[in-house]
Ligand binder design. Structure first.
Ligand code: THU
Length: 138
């Protein structure tokens, strides 16, 4: 499992290179691991109408879910100035945390926030989104 998590971190850094961040010049990449141990990548996609921007994490989730992938185990996220290596940790925004909540176990889903392959922080979703509202509340 450690090997695949390492690959996930590498892939998040790789996904950053596809970022379309014409306005913020802040490039984010995400790599999402599903129940079949397949990885779906995402990047942030900005828009001249700023509110139409989509975060890297949601790009990865929406791609994966739309392809029938489920049982997500982990996501790795890397962000920083376009064209440069990350210097800080890029934590997922509130909307992306809530999207994770819809499809993932708060106690099991791992979130890797990545500066480089070997420099990262690891959380479970519940640490990032405590006392949350989810599908079983309806
Ligand atoms: N961004 C993400 O891709 N993920 C996050 O969780 C936070 C922010 C993107 C959105 C926008 O393109 C840029 O970072 C600056 O906010």
């Amino acid at each position: 499992m450690e090997e695949i998590y390492k690959k996930l971190r590498e892939q998040a850094l790789e996904a950053r290179k596809k970022s379309y961040c014409a306005y913020s010049h802040y490039a984010v990449g995400a790599a999402l691991l599903d129940g079949d141990n397949e990885i779906t990548l995402g990047c942030n996609i900005e828009n001249a109408s700023y509110g139409a921007t989509n975060c890297a994490e949601r790009t990865a989730f929406f791609k994966a879910v739309s392809e029938g992938k489920r049982n997500f185990k982990a996501i790795a996220i890397a962000g920083g100035k376009e064209g440069e290596e990350p210097v800080d940790y890029a934590y997922p925004c509130g909307i992306c945390r809530q999207v994770m909540r819809e499809f993932c176990s708060v106690k099991e889903f791992k979130v890797f926030v990545v500066k480089s392959v070997d420099e990262y922080e690891e959380y479970i979703l519940e640490e990032l989104l405590p006392k949350s509202f989810g599908p079983e509340n309806l």
